[in-house]
Design a protein around this ligand. Structure first.
Ligand SMILES: Nc1nc2c(ncn2[C@@H]2O[C@H](COP(=O)(O)OP(=O)(O)OP(=O)(O)O)[C@@H](O)[C@H]2O)c(=O)[nH]1
Ligand SMILES: [Mg+2]
Length: 271
């Protein structure tokens, strides 16, 4: 979605389950408006948080005109996968986008495509590299081909449905996923307590919630070193995104087992 919209709206890391919400990216052209929904990946939920992530992914399908199913070159489809069986019966056009072809060769790409031909014969298969911007324009032209004529949903200067607070929180979460090991990033939620824009700078105050006291210690690090690095990394990204100087304050709090607490999950904005 970032490659198509041309803005970094969704955070990106090498860790699984980076995206937790449905994030809309809006692209306005001279005679079109495309509303993309980037969603969490489809997974078997083992936490209440993951149940909500799955709901976010499903919700994107409710009013979609085109489904873009993202897979990648190293991923071989499982013919018995219930999700794929369901997609095969979809009425809306399906673009099967096979990403990361920069990691493979021509023969590998052809092999993957023929596997997909058997499982989703009707879907249009497009090999791409989001990283190297290869075939992204082809995806775009196929989307435009399939989109029905309709009045725009958003004003023509809109970029996303998400608030600046949400974006700021995600930038912190991205850096947490990159900086901390194992389970710690998954036990984290970020809340932006205040976001005050002044003429020359934005003052942001954030709270990082973890599930246990021990994780709080890890987040802060000895002498506060880890948190300081995190704050600097997040602040540099925010300055780039908001094009303003950022003053960022971060605190860490424990919210016991929040990932399994429906009320708490709702409070954090998962619906
Ligand atoms: N080599 C290569 N890597 C890519 C390409 N596109 C994305 N990546 C990498 O793949 C990893 C995952 O990217 P994400 O955008 O977080 O993937 P996602 O599918 O949204 O994953 P979740 O949000 O975790 O469900 C990151 O390390 C990206 O840099 C590509 O075209 N080529
Ligand atoms: Mg993602």
């Amino acid at each position: 979605m970032n490659a198509l919209v041309g803005e970094k709206l969704s955070i990106i890391t090498s860790r699984a389950q980076t995206t937790r919400h449905r994030i809309q990216g809006i692209l306005n052209g001279p005679d079109f408006q495309i509303v993309f929904s980037d969603t969490p990946g489809i997974l078997d939920p083992s936490y209440k948080l993951q149940e909500n992530m799955l709901k976010a992914a499903r919700s994107a399908l409710v009013d979609a005109d085109v489904l873009i199913y993202m897979t990648e070159i190293g991923e071989t489809p499982e013919p018995e996968d219930p999700l794929l069986k369901k997609i095969a019966r979809f009425k809306i056009p399906v673009l099967l986008v096979i990403n990361k072809i920069d990691l493979g060769d021509q023969q590998g790409v052809e092999q993957v495509i023929s596997r997909w031909e058997e499982i989703l014969p009707k879907a249009e298969k497009i090999p791409v590299s989001a990283l190297e911007n290869f075939n992204v324009d082809l995806v775009m032209s196929r989307i435009l081909h399939y989109l029905p004529e309709s009045p725009p949903y958003y004003p023509d200067d809109a970029l996303t449905d998400k608030s600046e607070r949400f974006m700021a929180g995600e930038m912190i979460r991205e850096k947490i996923l990159m900086q901390y090991r194992q389970e710690v990033p998954y036990a984290v939620e970020v809340e932006i307590e205040s976001f005050l824009e002044e003429e020359k700078l934005i003052r942001i105050s954030a709270v990082i919630y973890v599930e246990r006291e021990s994780q709080k210690g890890i987040m802060i690090g000895s002498g506060g070193k880890a948190l300081k690095i995190l704050g600097r990394e997040a602040r540099l990204d925010m300055q780039k995104f908001f094009q303003k100087k950022i003053f960022l304050q971060i605190r860490v709090k424990v919210q016991k087992d929040w990932r399994n607490n429906e009320r708490q999950i709702r409070k954090f904005g998962y619906h």
